[in-house]
Design a protein around this ligand. Structure first.
Ligand SMILES: [Zn+2]
Length: 302
């Protein structure tokens, strides 16, 4: 009789222990999985599934990026290009990191962007990834080359221009573009008050060249004449159809030679506070860049 009571009791306690053991083991596995995944785990459903890894998983990718940023061979518009140093501010803005291009954090942020953009999330900035970036940047541009019915041109004061001797018939731009440019420059002057020369009212000082307009509206006739007169001018000047013929495109002074596409010149431009500020803030005012020309910005609106 004793054993009859004891046996089921023993079986019950054994079973309870087993259940508790399984629950604890499973809980621990689950907890560990949570810890491994870290704070990057998305709690909300997203359209593209992004596999999250810790930055430490990207040390090799970071080392590859340190080389590729100086050496990657790629082509843009039929012209051979080397490396992606010139585009680091735009890339960092797109992937949402302030970490340098040689870091694991940069490679991690890139990996997440790659996966969202349909590229394998290696964290390595290779040719396919760079082409995905250029497509993305190009897609945000105005995409037209003539005045629309809504475009009204006005002549901006000569004091807004980089060249104080600029011809009076080359001061035009579209009026909403000009209003947005004025707002943007006022915000930039405020943020960059330690880098730029300002008046006591906080406006750009007359002698300050940064952020001034180098070129804005160019009529199709003028564009055509420019093309014939200066066969050695940059690609944009040579273009038959130019976004400058909409009055929405502004070449803004961001340092160096105002509009020279030479790599060494563009490398100087992309490191100026004015350019870096535009990359981070211009979209708030409706302006989007032409990635290849650090000076060229197009008013698309918000
Ligand atoms: Zn331009």
């Amino acid at each position: 009789m004793k054993t009859r009571i004891l046996l089921p009791a023993a079986a019950v306690s054994l079973f309870s222990c087993l259940v508790a053991f399984l629950v604890l083991v499973d809980f621990d596995v689950y907890a560990q999985r949570e810890r491994l995944a870290g704070p990057n785990v998305k709690t909300t459903a997203s359209v593209t599934k992004v596999e999250r890894k810790p930055a430490a998983a990207f040390t090799k990718a970071a080392a590859e990026n340190a080389t590729l940023r100086n050496s990657l061979s790629w082509t843009f518009s039929g012209k051979a290009q080397t490396g992606w140093n010139i585009y680091i501010p735009l890339i960092s803005e797109a992937i949402g990191t302030d970490s340098g291009p040689d870091t694991s954090e940069f490679a991690l942020a890139l990996s997440n962007w790659q996966q969202r953009s349909g590229v394998p999330g290696t964290g390595v900035l290779d040719t396919a990834t760079l082409e995905t970036f250029t497509k993305y940047w190009q897609s945000r541009r105005l995409g037209r080359f003539s005045l629309s019915d809504d475009d009204n041109l006005l002549a901006a004061p000569i004091t807004e221009f980089f060249d104080p001797t600029r011809s009076p018939d080359l001061l035009q731009l579209e009026q909403q573009t000009y209003a947005a440019y004025k707002k943007m420059i006022a915000a930039a002057a405020k943020d960059l008050r330690h880098e730029l020369k300002l008046t006591k009212d906080g406006d750009l000082a007359p002698e300050e060249k940064f952020l001034r307009i180098v070129s804005a509206y160019r009529s199709p006739e003028y564009q055509d004449a420019l093309r014939k007169k200066e066969p050695n001018a940059g690609r944009a000047a040579l273009a038959v159809h130019s976004p400058h013929s909409t009055g929405h495109a502004i070449d803004i002074y961001v340092g160096g030679e105002p509009v020279k596409t030479l790599d060494s010149n563009r490398l100087i431009q992309v490191q100026t506070p004015a350019y870096k500020w535009l990359v981070k803030n211009a979209h708030r005012f409706g302006f989007y860049p032409y990635f290849y020309e650090p000076w060229h910005w197009e008013y698309v609106g918000k």
